[in-house]
Design a protein around this ligand. Structure first.
Ligand code: FAD
Length: 445
């Protein structure tokens, strides 16, 4: 018998439930990836991710070849292409990882219509704990992280699956992989499962708890692109981190629970990728010049500009910078979170519907934050998370000569260069527009 595995966001051999089940139930396996124009039409095939994806597929193909298989890449509608290949090869089953987005849900329905009960959908591939595996009484998802995290820690977890062998993909099936794409970022991480596993091996967990909010130390794992494309299994990563142990590994596992949390929200409320999860604001300001200044890192607030330039140059941004740049747009400038989220998605190599849209909503106060009116004051954030200005010095080189914390307040400095902009709004007014929208405000953190 022959089984098709349709790869989506699970581009790996290790701990891959769909691939494992296909191999266990058939003598021959045909691994398939469909490059679907619908993904591009939805604005999701941005150059940085497309470039990274092409590399991940090449690496997946190499891994599959070592296991006696090879990757077939087809272009077109996913359901049509999959059904066509299943018919051509006489496949008895088609295996797929369950997704959480609206798009993934529709894709699954169409595959079900085309393939009937030959379609096998596998839970627990994208997250460590599948959406819906833990639930509060009487509800279809957790809306608050802390109780979710408590339940998540108690949830049963699968023992990671070994990579398969003997895939025996029929030799007559051939085709090219995706062509290389030129990214907009100067440097992207090395793509693929092998690079992901090396990155995990290299990364030291022990300082994570102390350093993860320190912008200049850059002490986080940088594993997010690999998790987004599934080059690493979140489930396996939890196992590996727990085996390492220690305070840092524990803090790291908690972040993986945040990832699962957002996935279970999106799985239950796929419209939250676009619509406010908790509608609160309908009077956002629209100012194209302000928005362009934010996108281009010209707000005159060095810590905000540093984050936005790191994003443009590398396709990645430190979590603390994501928080404070997003808060600056949504809370200080009082702009709708959606254009901000779209700008992030255009650049981020790890750009992920669940993590990006729901973190944006968290920051904008329309999501799952239990203190939706908090405003991250960029100056307080700068003093706390970049105390000697090293992060700003790295990304805003025209200010590099300003010593110490002077770099965070160039408008007060006689040494401010002429080509660095004045602050877009009064520095002491970063929470004022939100207050002007007559929303009761929590104290500044
Ligand atoms: P580490 O600190 O090493 O964390 C390990 C992993 O945990 C990450 O790779 C990620 O998968 C997960 N994680 C960490 N923090 C979060 C979080 N707050 N929410 C969900 N998962 C988390 N992450 C994305 O993967 N894709 C996105 O598109 C994305 N957009 C974001 C937008 C905003 C406005 C904010 C505030 C955060 C966003 N995040 C996003 C979450 C977080 O910033 C990144 O996951 C993290 O910075 C990636 O770096 P790392 O791998 O070194 O993280």
């Amino acid at each position: 018998t022959l089984a098709v595995v349709l790869f989506t966001q699970d581009l790996r051999l290790h701990d891959n439930p769909a691939l494992h089940a296909a191999r266990a139930g058939a003598d021959r396996v045909v691994p398939l990836f469909v490059s679907d124009p619908a993904v591009g039409a939805a604005g999701f095939a941005a150059p940085n991710r497309a470039a990274f994806l092409a590399g991940c597929l090449a690496d997946l193909d190499a891994g599959l070849r070592r296991a006696g298989g090879r990757l077939l890449v087809r272009e077109g509608d996913t359901a049509e292409q999959t059904a066509k290949l299943a018919a051509e090869t006489g496949a008895a089953s088609v295996h797929l990882a369950a997704g959480v987005s609206d798009y993934a849900r529709r894709r699954e329905q169409r595959l079900r219509r085309a393939l009937g009960d030959r379609l096998r959908v596998h839970e627990g591939s994208l997250t460590a704990v599948p959406p819906g595996a833990v639930l509060p009484a009487g509800r279809d998802h957790y809306a608050v992280f802390t109780p979710y995290h408590r339940a998540w820690q108690q949830a049963a977890r699968r023992t990671p699956l070994p990579p398969p062998r003997g895939l025996d993909t029929p030799g007559e099936l051939t085709g090219a992989l995706l062509p290389a794409v030129t990214p907009t970022a100067r440097h992207l991480p090395e793509p693929g499962e092998g690079a992901a596993r090396r990155a995990w091996q290299r990364w030291r967990t022990e300082h994570y708890a102390d350093l993860h909010d320190d912008l200049a130390a850059d002490g986080t794992s940088h594993l997010s692109p690999y998790l987004h494309f599934g080059c690493l299994s979140a489930n396996e990563l939890v196992h590996l981190a727990e085996r390492r142990g220690g305070h840092g590994a524990g803090a790291f596992v908690r972040q993986l629970a945040w990832r699962d949390f957002h996935h279970q929200v999106l799985a239950a409320r796929p419209d939250a990728a676009r619509a406010d999860y908790r509608p609160r604001h309908d009077d956002w300001r629209a100012d194209p010049d302000e928005f362009a200044a934010w996108c281009e890192g010209r707000t005159g607030f060095p810590i905000v500009d540093a984050g936005m330039r790191q994003l443009a140059e590398t396709g990645w941004m430190h979590n603390r910078a994501r928080l404070l740049t997003a808060s600056f747009l949504a809370k200080s400038l009082y702009h709708d979170w959606r254009p901000g989220a779209a700008h992030f998605l255009h650049h981020l190599v790890d750009g992920d519907l669940a993590n990006n849209q729901l973190n944006w909503q968290w920051v904008a106060g329309t999501g799952t934050d239990t203190r939706p009116n908090r405003v991250l004051n960029p100056l307080t954030q700068a003093d706390r998370h970049d105390p000697d200005g090293a992060y700003v010095r790295r990304w805003v080189p025209e200010l590099a000569h300003l010593p110490g914390r002077e770099i965070h307040r160039p408008w007060q400095s006689r040494r401010r260069p002429a080509d660095y902009p004045a602050p877009l709004i009064a520095p002491d007014a970063t929470g004022r527009r939100l207050r002007a929208a007559r929303i009761d405000q929590d104290p500044l953190p």
